[in-house]
Design a protein. Sequence first.
Lengths: 383, 125
Amino acid sequence: MSDLSHLKKTPLTGWHVENGGRMVEYAGYQMPVQYSGVLAEHESVREKVGLFDITHMGEIFVTGPGASDYVSGLVTNFVAKMDCGKVVYNAMCRPDGGVLDDMLVYRLADEKFMVVCNAANHDKIIAWMTDHLPAEGVTLDDQSDDVALVAVQGPQSAELVKRLDILQTRQEDLAGMDFYTFFTCEGPGGTWIVSRTGYTGEHGYEIYIPNADAAALWRELLAKGEDLGVAPVGLAARDTLRFEVCYCLYGHELAEDISPLEAGIGWAVKTKKKTGFIGQEALQAQKEQGVPRKIVCLEMTGRGIARQGCPVMYQGKEVGFVTSGTHSPTLKKALALALVAADVPEGELAVEIRGKEIACHTVDFPFLTARTKGDPMATRTLS
Amino acid sequence: MVPDDRKYSQEHEWIQLDGDVAIVGVTDYAANELGDIVFVELPETGEEFSQGDTAGTIESVKAVADLFLPVSGEVVAINEAVVDSPELVNNSPMDDGWLVKIRLSDTAELDALMDAAAYQDLIGG
């Protein structure tokens, strides 16, 4: 096993190592890629409830009288008029519309926001946000090293979170919580943010806590979720879970040379936003003229698993490439997302895998419907 | 842990001799390292390979591994059961999860492979 000791740890790294977590390098951290096995962990989240240590995510706090205009000017979605207690999914773009990162923006107060970015892009985003700071009226506070993040995801997540000691006085807040909202409470080590968000396609929560409170929260969730079938879940299953519901992952469907409109997150790009944002003109022009590529959902019909980077072929010509592909644990077949020329029709295509063209065809988006809103046990439609 | 009734390769395959036919599979260690195996591609019966050739592919959810043949010869059988149920390689890598049977063209190649003790040293432990 390679030496990971030079990498950053989370407050839960010791627990992962002691409990069979297979540790790998991820964005400068040592993180668990799996515990018992990716298929079992994936199923835990789809059927019961899973816990994720995603402390590697970046938390950047923005405060001051200019905070609202400043954040709004950097991201693609509406944030200036959002209410306190709301969360909005966003892209942060270059002037040409290329995506620097996708992120969540939380409004904590009229003049206080939290930006949650991907760990792999953290340094780039901090540099970008610092470069674009106005002369006065806005303060950035990068708390990424001080804030831990635990995701509780799955149909039983509501029942589990309800049992936490700290939330016994907040049962009404929890019960009435909509997707993409949050509330705060005071833990032993400082303020907690309890957020009805997640990236698995299941009902779930993400709980931001001071590092000092992380181990106790993790153990409490495991103890109180035992009868619910709670299990720790690694990064490998986090990826297959988001893949099945076709959520974009930076470095796959999203990149600096891919437009958010191509990636299929155009719904989060508000080009009519009055306050203006970096990339607005380019993205407005793309919306009017159309973009040259699109994301398609593929199901392999020949034998093989398409992986990221595999060429996509149509009538013998290369028309794009696979952005994510794996064996879907829930649907039990080989599926892929691919970025292809916008004029490629639905129907039969092929993916080149190790030099051989393997047949596939397009299927409806998404592979699996999310159950993030409404009944967490609802029967789902499969494409 | 490592059975001493067979030989082992640097690429974590095991080779068990039955007359002039070698049964080839991946070791318990390799199956565990790969994680949940979800796809196995094997050669056709009758194909001939030289030692070290890639004769197939084993894929887990996250990883892709080549099956390197540790011996030269002709494929006389493949394990259809693992093609249909790749998880067999995780569940029984050393027995029911065997991959191919090769009629050896050069039995001397076996001498270069590791015995159980040497393989145990390789994987540590």
